[in-house]
Design a protein around this ligand. Structure first.
Ligand code: SAM
Length: 289
């Protein structure tokens, strides 16, 4: 099979299968030959691990993963790509393509069926319209995922990899940091894709922590508090939280003081552990989060 990073080869295969690109499904396929081997090498795949891939496209990254991992499961939403993948991945007997939406598939059942007893790495060039929900769904799943190595839009990479407490931090930063340690691995220019998107990208790795950072006793409430705190970024945390959670400003200010924080602090100044402490302090003051 000819190289899948050659746009002429991609066009030939796809035309033969009557396929046309869908912008809505984020279909920008990798054509830079350096990227997929690098992602596959850095995602932690080896002969003892399973790899979950999201959106295999024509299978360019899937092939690299299949050469390294014990088992690869690739979830693809676009049914038109299934016969394409059957052709491009025919040399690999350790790859299963699952037709489905990664936001809806029963991940626990998928892991039980395909990865029994295996540690799993997630590796994907993500469709950008679902970046945040996919990452959160994987991290919240509690499944034996060691790391999530994904291509995302450059701005999202900066947000995810900002240290909580830094200016670029947002709700997504804190929610991801709760479960994993994020780092940017390398940048990828828009010219590395066919067709080229409007934005540049970066590959990031989220290494899942053995236990959540700060370990809030109620994760759902922790997430509600973080979202409330970042809901109005120009406001102070006191104002944002009191208006989002319909509670008195005095209670929020007092809770902040009890955590050693100023009542004029903004959400982006808090670390994940400080958000956990704030949640307990608010509850002690009778605030329903
Ligand atoms: N991995 C290929 C590559 O790197 O060239 C394709 C990546 S492309 C950016 C995103 C892929 O995700 C497409 O194949 C698209 O059809 C698929 N996709 C889009 N939404 C999806 C969803 N909700 N669940 C699973 N796959 C999805």
């Amino acid at each position: 099979m000819a190289t899948l990073t050659d746009p002429a080869v991609i066009r030939e295969v796809l035309t033969r299968h009557g396929f046309s690109f869908s912008k809505a499904l984020g279909q920008n396929f990798l054509i830079n030959p350096a990227v997929c081997p690098r992602m596959a090498a850095l995602c932690g795949a080896d002969e003892t691990t399973g790899v979950l891939e999201i959106g295999p496209g024509v299978g360019v990254l899937t092939k690299e993963l299949a050469q390294r991992a014990k088992k690869v499961v690739s979830v693809e939403l676009d049914a038109r790509l299934l016969p394409v993948l059957e052709e491009t991945l025919q040399a690999f007997d350790n790859v299963t393509v699952v037709h489905g939406d990664i936001l809806k598939v029963d991940l626990a059942a998928l892991f039980a069926e395909h990865f029994p007893g295996l540690r799993v790495a997630v590796c994907a060039n993500l469709p950008y319209y679902i970046t945040s929900p996919v990452i959160l769904r994987l991290l919240e799943s509690g499944l034996p995922i060691d790391a999530v190595t994904v291509m995302v839009q450059k701005e999202v990479a900066a947000r995810l990899c900002a240290k909580p407490g830094a200016k670029a931090a947002g709700a997504l930063t804190v929610m991801a940091d709760y479960y994993a340690e994020a780092e940017t691995l390398f940048d990828v220019s828009r010219g590395s894709f066919y067709p080229a998107p409007q934005v540049d990208s970066a590959v990031i790795r989220l290494t899942v922590r053995p236990a959540p950072a700060g370990a809030a006793e109620d994760t759902a409430a922790f997430f509600r508090l973080v979202k409330a705190a970042f809901s109005q970024k120009r406001k102070t945390l006191v104002n944002a939280v009191s208006s989002a959670l319909h509670c008195p400003k005095e209670a929020v200010a007092d809770a902040l003081l009890s955590c050693g924080l100023s009542p004029s602090v903004r959400a982006e100044a808090l670390t994940t552990a400080q958000f956990c402490a704030l949640l307990s302090a608010l509850r002690e003051r009778g605030v329903a989060v």
